[in-house]
Design a protein around this ligand. Structure first.
Ligand code: CP
Ligand code: NVA
Length: 301
């Protein structure tokens, strides 16, 4: 049984196979050749549980649509509505859900919650974001980069801002897909030391983006961060905003990415987000295609 828990826990060859499938799945949807892969209905008679302990637009809708396009059905469950939010253990929840459903996607706070779910579930579990990582997002981002600018291996990717969960999955991907990753943010918001990924640090964002093929940022305050940290973080991160002046330091064909949701004109200006180098809505669309490939991979045994 295969879980999709994190990018560094999946072999590079398997990750590449998922990306290749995602490209085929996307092409098929666009009619090249028409509908071929979805016609197989690989999720026919399958029920998928989508568990959310945090808000979501993209993850929720893209998984729901993806399952339906592949012939399956979904059940969207909020953590607070389940007994999970009222003292039932994760392990018992995992064992019970496995008797009803064929696949579990979970968005939660603590990584340990996801890991316990995966340990006790007898069906595949997919990580839909934890406080520490967001692997489905980065699979969509790799797909997006390669559609626009070719193979990501050997390319320079620069992250500005908070060393958060999305950054962590980029760091894992840097090792597995063999690209160079630079983190540019203030020291107090450095990625966690125990992070099993590969990156270098350049505090000066203008120097960091020199020669970049891809510039990425994310919200300055994540869902798991205390709102009381908001003002401090804004002060720490203001100098790391992605604006036109910063993008001009990168390669002319450098892409701009943001997983969304964004706080426009905080971490990135609308000029950049809506500018010619931005691929933010392709990233959002590619969540659908990448996750369909991930679900196929999980269920292929
Ligand atoms: N990028 C992302 O995961 O978005 P949602 O929080 O809307 O799911
Ligand atoms: N870093 C953000 C990503 C949201 C998709 C968060 O965890 O809130």
């Amino acid at each position: 049984m295969k879980h999709f828990l994190d990018i560094h826990k999946t072999q590079p060859g398997e990750l590449r196979r998922i990306i290749d499938t995602a490209k085929l799945v996307k092409d098929a949807r666009a009619g090249r050749p028409k509908g071929a892969l979805d016609d197989e209905q690989p999720l026919k008679d399958h029920m998928v549980a989508l568990i959310f302990e945090k808000p979501s637009t993209r993850t929720r809708v893209s998984f729901d649509v993806g399952v339906r396009q592949m012939g399956g059905q979904t059940m969207v469950l909020s953590g607070t509505d389940m007994q999970l939010g009222h003292g039932e253990t994760i392990a018992d929840t995992a064992r019970v859900l496995s008797r009803y459903v064929d696949l579990i996607m979970m968005r939660t706070f603590e990584e340990d919650t996801l890991l316990e779910m995966a340990e006790y579930a007898t069906v595949p579990v997919i990580n839909g974001l934890t406080n520490r990582t967001h692997p489905c997002q980065i699979m969509a981002d790799i797909l997006t980069f390669e559609e626009h600018n070719g193979p990501i291996a050997g390319k320079k990717v620069v992250w500005t801002g908070d060393g958060n969960n999305v950054f962590a999955s980029f760091a894992h991907a840097a090792t597995q897909f063999d690209f160079d990753l630079v983190f540019s943010g203030p020291e107090p918001l450095d990625p966690e030391e125990a992070l099993a990924g590969r990156y270098t640090i350049e505090r000066d964002p203008a120097k960091a983006v020199d020669g970049a093929d891809l510039v990425v940022t994310d919200t300055w305050v994540s869902m798991h961060d205390p709102q009381s940290a908001r003002e401090r973080r804004h002060n720490q991160l203001r100098g790391y905003q992605v604006n036109k002046a910063l993008m001009d330091q990168a390669k002319p064909d450098a892409l701009f990415m943001h997983c969304l949701p964004a706080h426009r004109d905080d971490e990135a200006t609308s000029e950049v987000m809506d500018g010619p180098n931005s691929v933010i809505f392709d990233e959002a669309e590619n969540r659908l295609h990448a996750q369909k490939a991930i679900m196929r991979w999980c269920l292929e045994g």
